[in-house]
Design a protein around this ligand. Structure first.
Ligand SMILES: Nc1ncnc2c1ncn2[C@@H]1O[C@H](COP(=O)(O)OP(=O)(O)OP(=O)(O)O)[C@@H](O)[C@H]1O
Length: 348
């Protein structure tokens, strides 16, 4: 089922939480709504679900205008961060609940068979008789998904479903969710504020900022060509310099530090830690800097450095070097830029 949001607006009292969002989610697609707290993600999801009225604009399910269809007739399944499992019902009873109250009549046997199928799908076969308090947080979210799937939704809506779980469980569950999605092909809208989760899981990522779409595209698109400084910063650690673009060359403090595309004039330059190079002292090329700290981790070494000269930020910079790089706190050297996202400098 394709979902279309056409210039959707939502205002709470006088506050515009969603400011004219247009978005198409293709049938069978898994789309992540990604943005900082308060950017409007949950409000959009709730409007798609029918839990919140749309003030302006339309929401279409397929070709049908769903704007005024009540929640229970929309055919959506939900999973929220706080597992809303019924504590006094077993896992199997929780999964069966929606089918028992659904308009589609099913026999006892049909319901029991479907519960068993869903338990296997979410890899919890054998746990149907446990109560929610007798299973782990990750298992509870899998039960919540099975319960959402039980009524054959046309659309699946997930709001930070793994938000309360620890990092390793989250990673496992999102890979697992992707597999289930690929198996069932249900159109899925997933809300998260976690970039890694969105990039790992989704076919397409929609980045929101203050109730507007800042950029949408495949994970590859948004990572390779972020549309704005906001997107660059939101997608991951980035060091910011100011400088100038002239004839394809980037200059910081008048020194060439790398190349750039078509930009010309004053620019802001964002460089990921892995794209900033370190040259031990002796070279005259690059931005002068001093190492403040060296942090070893399993993938290499992270240097916390302070740069000097015009265009270098006052705050410390971070860069990644291979674990074989011999460097200690206090060392002086130069920074070079291997790759950068460059934007015209916004005038203050
Ligand atoms: N029922 C409401 N009444 C008044 N303001 C609301 C209501 N629901 C949401 N808001 C406001 O609308 C804005 C967007 O909220 P929303 O929950 O959609 O953001 P979000 O991006 O999902 O944030 P989070 O990641 O923190 O859940 C926020 O400023 C929030 O305070």
């Amino acid at each position: 089922m394709k979902i279309v949001l056409d210039t959707v607006v939502k205002t709470f009292n006088t506050f515009r939480a969603v400011r004219g969002v247009s978005l198409e989610i293709e049938s069978g697609e898994l789309v992540a709504l990604l943005g900082p707290s308060g950017s409007g993600k949950t409000t959009i999801l709730r409007m798609v679900a029918g839990l919140e009225y749309v003030d302006e604009g339309r929401i279409l399910f397929g070709t049908e205008d769903a704007t005024n269809i009540p929640v229970r007739d929309r055919g959506v399944g939900f999973v929220f961060q706080h597992y809303a499992l019924f504590p006094h019902m077993t896992v199997a009873e929780n999964i069966a609940f929606g089918m028992k109250v659904s308009k589609t009549r099913r026999s006892r046997q049909e319901i029991a068979d479907r519960v068993q199928d869903l338990l296997s799908l979410v890899r919890l076969a054998g746990l149907g008789d446990r109560f929610p308090s007798q299973i782990s947080g990750g298992q509870r979210q899998r039960v919540a998904l099975a319960r959402a799937l039980a009524v054959d939704p046309k659309v699946l809506l997930l709001d930070e479903p793994f938000g309360a779980l620890d990092a390793n469980v989250r990673r496992d569950l999102r890979r697992w969710l992707r597999e289930i999605h690929d198996e069932l092909g249900i159109t899925t809208l997933f809300v998260t504020h976690d970039q890694e989760e969105a990039l790992d899981l989704a076919d397409r990522v929609v980045i929101l900022n203050e109730g507007r779409i800042e950029q949408q595209g495949t994970p590859r698109d948004v990572c390779r060509t972020p549309a704005s400084p906001f997107v660059t910063r939101f997608l991951g650690d980035a060091n910011r310099f100011t400088g100038e673009a002239r004839g394809g060359t980037l200059l910081v403090d008048g020194q060439p530090v790398g190349t750039c595309g078509e930009a010309s004039g004053p620019v802001e330059i964002y460089v990921r830690p892995a794209d900033l190079g370190w040259q031990a002292d002796g070279t005259q090329v690059g931005i002068p800097a001093t190492v403040q700290r060296v942090i070893d981790h399993p993938g290499g070494r992270r240097l916390i450095v302070r740069a000097s000269g015009n265009g270098a930020p006052e705050e410390a910079l971070e860069l990644e070097v291979p674990s074989t790089t011999e460097v200690d706190a206090g060392a002086a050297g130069r920074l070079t830029i291997r790759k950068a996202d460059v934007f015209p400098l916004a005038q203050a």
